[in-house]
Design a protein around this ligand. Structure first.
Ligand SMILES: *Cc1c(COP(=O)(O)O)cnc(C)c1O
Length: 395
């Protein structure tokens, strides 16, 4: 067999991630590879830490990308902060809280679950009651933006509850970073991880993290070694930490880091508040079109993520057939439901570079055409106009 170069098709990525990558980032990634200890590379790393502090809105010293996807950022937080025998309160209102539970168990610790219905925010009263009932809990872990359902939880209040009860907080901000207001220092979050392929419009494969001083102190004062050599922050900080000396830990993904640097420069140029506003604005336009068609959102308005729109699939409509046609005929990817929501919802992402007027109108036009052609019970021919009207109002 003679394999040839792989040339992927051009798609519009409006699912739960990866989202469309800004071409500036792809161009940055194609620049010459240099050594990961090259002084110029090290200077770029230092600048990246500042840019990450801006993105996270944090003044914590530790802000760096883990050299692996969001799931590795999650694991980095758990393996460093949680030791065997610890108790961790885990909030679950979708897929990712379940993965946090897995992480706690694999650390040899005990998860105490606070469960909420999928599609709802984490219930603060339940968290408060659980923390009261478990005064020995060490960590409160939750997902800020649940990508599996499209619900946002109140990270500020959850961080406050954790502190009031003497716990550290671990927050998953994979989908919120760059898309929804997130103020790590002001809210007092302790260990926060994210991803590059959602609202930062970068390629998948890196996980920015930031840790508070008290989180670092906890890592330094562990009684047991971190069970993961690769993720042990005591070692990783020899490379990413401050100071002139950088010790080899692992070979940094040099070109991927050029990409993240560019993504963060783009975020700084736009201004983070403007990025948050843009996500809202495009969500409102998509919503106008979706509702004009007679389709319904899954999540209550007050808890809805602008960057991940969960829409109920109308009765009798074949989920996979619609998504298949969108991909084939329009080069458009939207997401399917996960777990108990599989087959009953679509997840339309408006993340990062993909959150723009052209994509909103493409998605509404394509959905309208496909659903109308399939004789689905929707209002035909009105979605695009409804969104256009909304954009005109928001001018
Ligand atoms: C995408 C996502 C992850 C996992 O990130 P990967 O890069 O796929 O490992 C974790 N949490 C949330 C909320 C996500 O949306």
């Amino acid at each position: 067999m003679t394999a040839r170069s792989f040339h992927p098709p051009v798609r519009t990525l409006m699912g739960p991630g990866p989202s469309d990558v800004n071409p500036r980032i792809l161009e940055a990634m194609s620049r010459p590879t240099i050594g990961h200890l090259d002084p110029q590379f090290v200077a770029m790393m230092d600048e990246m830490k500042d840019l990450l502090r801006y993105a996270f809105q944090t003044d914590y010293e530790l802000a760096m990308p883990v050299s692996a996807p969001g799931s590795a950022g999650m694991e980095t937080c758990f393996v460093n902060l949680v030791e065997a025998g610890d108790k961790v309160v885990v909030c679950q209102n979708g897929v990712f809280g379940g993965r946090m539970k897995e992480n706690v168990e694999r650390c040899g610790a005990t998860p105490v679950m606070v469960e909420d219905e999928w599609g709802k925010a984490v219930d603060l009263d339940k968290v408060n009651d659980t923390l009261k009932a478990h005064p020995d809990a060490k960590v409160l872990a939750f997902v800020h933006a649940e990508t599996s359902t499209g619900a946002i939880s109140d990270a500020r209040s959850l961080a406050r509850l954790a502190r009031e009860h003497g716990c550290l907080s671990i927050a998953d901000t994979v989908t919120s970073l760059g898309g929804s207001p997130l103020k790590v220092s002001e809210w007092g979050l302790d260990a926060v991880y994210s991803g590059t392929q959602k609202c930062l419009s970068c390629t998948p494969g890196l996980s920015p993290v930031t840790f508070s001083e008290r989180a670092i102190a906890t890592v330094k004062n562990r009684s047991s070694k971190v069970q993961s050599w690769f993720m042990d922050l005591n070692l990783v900080l020899g490379y990413w930490g401050s100071g002139a000396k950088r010790a080899y830990h692992h070979t940094a993904p040099v070109n991927a880091l050029y990409g993240l640097h560019e993504a963060l420069v783009i975020l700084q140029e736009e201004g983070i508040e403007n990025a948050w506003r843009r996500h809202q604005r495009n969500h409102q336009a998509l919503r106008a079109g979706i509702e004009a068609m007679g389709l319904e959102f899954v999540v209550d308005e007050a808890q809805r993520l602008p960057q991940l729109n969960s829409v109920s699939i109308p009765e009798g409509v074949d989920d996979a057939a619609v998504r298949g046609r969108l991909l084939q005929e329009y080069g458009l990817e939207i997401g399917a439901g996960l777990g108990p929501m599989a087959g009953s919802i679509w997840r339309i992402g408006l993340m990062g570079y993909a959150s723009n007027q052209k994509n909103v109108l493409l998605c509404l036009g394509a959905l309208d055409a496909v659903l109308s052609d399939m004789k689905a019970p929707v209002e035909s021919g009105v979605a695009v106009e409804a969104a256009m009207r909304l954009y005109a109002q928001l001018q």
